[in-house]
Write a protein that binds this ligand. Sequence first.
Ligand SMILES: Cc1ncc(COP(=O)(O)O)c(C=O)c1O
Length: 363
Amino acid sequence: MPRPIEALVHADALAHNLSRARMLAPDARVWAVVKANAYGHGIERAFDGLRGADGFALLDLSEAERVRDLGWRGPILLLEGAFEVRDLELCSRLNLWHVVHCTEQIDWLAAHKTHQPHRVFLKMNSGMNRLGFTPTAYRSAWTRLNALPQVDEISLMTHFSDADGPRGVTMQVEAFEWATQDLPGERSLANSAAILRHGLKNDWVRAGIMSYGSAPDFPEHDIRHWQLRPTMTLRSRLIAVQQLKAGDTVGYGSSYTAREAQRIGIVACGYADGYPRHAGTDTPLLVDGVRTGTVGRVSMDMLAVDLAPVPAAGVGSEVTLWGRGPGGQILSIDDVAHAAGTIGYELMCAVAPRVPIHATRDD
Ligand SMILES: Cc1ncc(COP(=O)(O)O)c(C=O)c1O
């Protein structure tokens, strides 16, 4: 029998979360952001749930090929554009739309031989200082692009640094509007946090983390507040039970000491499965659907859990590390990430290759 750990990808939850983006931005078209192998869910597994999107946004050309191989004929956007001039050949062949964020990418387009002009998204650096043309340089980049026979329609785009926090989006929206006010073309500004918190609904919204059932502004708001559903369950089983006496310690470094007699379970899940090693004692999980917490350090293949709230549990009991419990109980990935000092994005992207992942439609 294989180790009992596995992950499930819930297609219906993906479809539900995408429909939340649609509901909040009813006049916009929705990019399902599927970079990083659909935020760790697997592009092929996530595709079924996300096929109602208007397009797929991603980074890797190989991921774009995989989306085309799934039969998707609609828009695909390369969020970082081409990485070298040769990439433009694949863009022509697969009819990929691509971001243009620097002058080198304009030079490559100018040198590219194609019969089919490309649809491009010209990116503005409106304050994040990662990718894009500054507001003052934006217009000349647009003018240069617009003069190229290799370029078809130009859409206008920026990305927010603080849509999930107190700084918000106002300064960046103002910078974007100042530089683009009389430029034609569709606009794309909003990531998940901007859709949820700021009601931004320009022509194309980019729904990433919200599609995967994680609240971008946790713990200020959780998925229940935003009416999102977990799209990934990581689950395993108890493979041992230990009865501790007061003063007994647990795991490497003996970082946990029992204050009284205590029953703990040992779960077949560790950091080599992608579970965060920095999750300290009391990181939430479910045993047979009952919420309890970890005890001691997470090791490579195992972690320990307090069984006090679930006395009937024993070897073989189901453990939900995050996602959906056996009776439909929800443990959001954000709860676990927060306890480990990280964000849901990181945990879902980090599920290790040794964990089998299955697509389901059962929720
Ligand atoms: C350019 C761009 N747009 C959209 C997204 C989606 O963001 P989120 O997952 O926060 O919705 C990302 C993700 O980092 C991004 O880089």
